[in-house]
Design a protein around this ligand. Sequence first.
Ligand SMILES: NC(=O)c1ccc[n+]([C@@H]2O[C@H](COP(=O)([O-])OP(=O)(O)OC[C@H]3O[C@@H](n4cnc5c(N)ncnc54)[C@H](O)[C@@H]3O)[C@@H](O)[C@H]2O)c1
Length: 308
Amino acid sequence: MSKRILITGGAGFIGSHLARHFATQAEVTVLDDLRSGQAGNLEGIRCRFLHGSILDAGALKQAIAGAEEVYHLAAMISVPESLAKPAECALLNTEGTRRVLDAALATGARKVVLASSAAIYGDNPTVPKLESMTPEPKSPYAETKLAGERLLEQYRLDHGLGSTSLRFFNVFGPRQDPRSAYAAAVPIFIAKALCDEPISIHGDGGQTRDFIHVTDIVAALAYAGDSKVMSGTYNVGYGRSQSILALAQEIIQLTGSKSKIGHLPPRAGDVRHSLASTVRLLSAGWKPQSSVSVGLAETIDAFRQLKA
Ligand SMILES: NC(=O)c1ccc[n+]([C@@H]2O[C@H](COP(=O)([O-])OP(=O)(O)OC[C@H]3O[C@@H](n4cnc5c(N)ncnc54)[C@H](O)[C@@H]3O)[C@@H](O)[C@H]2O)c1
């Protein structure tokens, strides 16, 4: 019989790509309350979808029963929202993670993999970011992701529950929502470029990010879930930086768009440079399968199909 896995937040952007990856090789359960995800993201994917919250003990128990691996992606995902609702963020991200860990222990799961974030590094100007650097969380979102990592470590040491935390850098790919109030640069720029509308950049566009195609985030999650030796925290990025201005220009060129680039005032609290050190992840034997340019081409195709 194939293994059972649970994906919390599996109806979201990254979770639905992970569900598709596992659908042909595992019995996949998705637990998602559709706070920011959409049931439509799971269309055509063979999985059991439970509409419910990780904070609901009954729903969580039902979803996790018999799972060998748990991919914990459910979260309040936005920094601005976490600043507006810090208590809700702590309940969902920190307490939610604790409940997922308790449920994983109770069902005898072998491994829990947490979707953590590069936001933990804060605006420390040192790049690349090493996992050994002192965390400098600057928002409730980042604080709760760090608390989640620490909980995984505590359960590993106290109860022998296998776990890995993956600090994602800037993930992009098909199904990332450009309409959300907290949307990321790539889907917004592509949506604008495909309509020949102006693309607005905060500041001079010289701020850099380590963009990573969702295909490789999925590969890293699955690799960590399978691994018997990967525990603790790992950055997941390509270890390459690209400026926001260069990203906008590349998207305009790839789409053949007539969009013009405009500049807005810099956004308060925006980190200037973010770049992953990938040494630790590569040393664990993981290799990227895709790249920013392959990912952008695939994402643009997917957005074109949605538009058609
Ligand atoms: N996208 C990125 O660049 C990025 C970067 C770093 C970390 N992450 C992390 O990766 C994970 C997935 O992010 P995403 O970009 O796919 O966002 P997303 O909003 O598409 O996915 C999050 C999912 O969690 C679900 N959810 C929220 N609260 C829930 C609850 N109480 N119970 C059950 N489900 C709940 C949402 O409905 C949504 O489907 C998150 O934990 C996020 O913090 C994402």
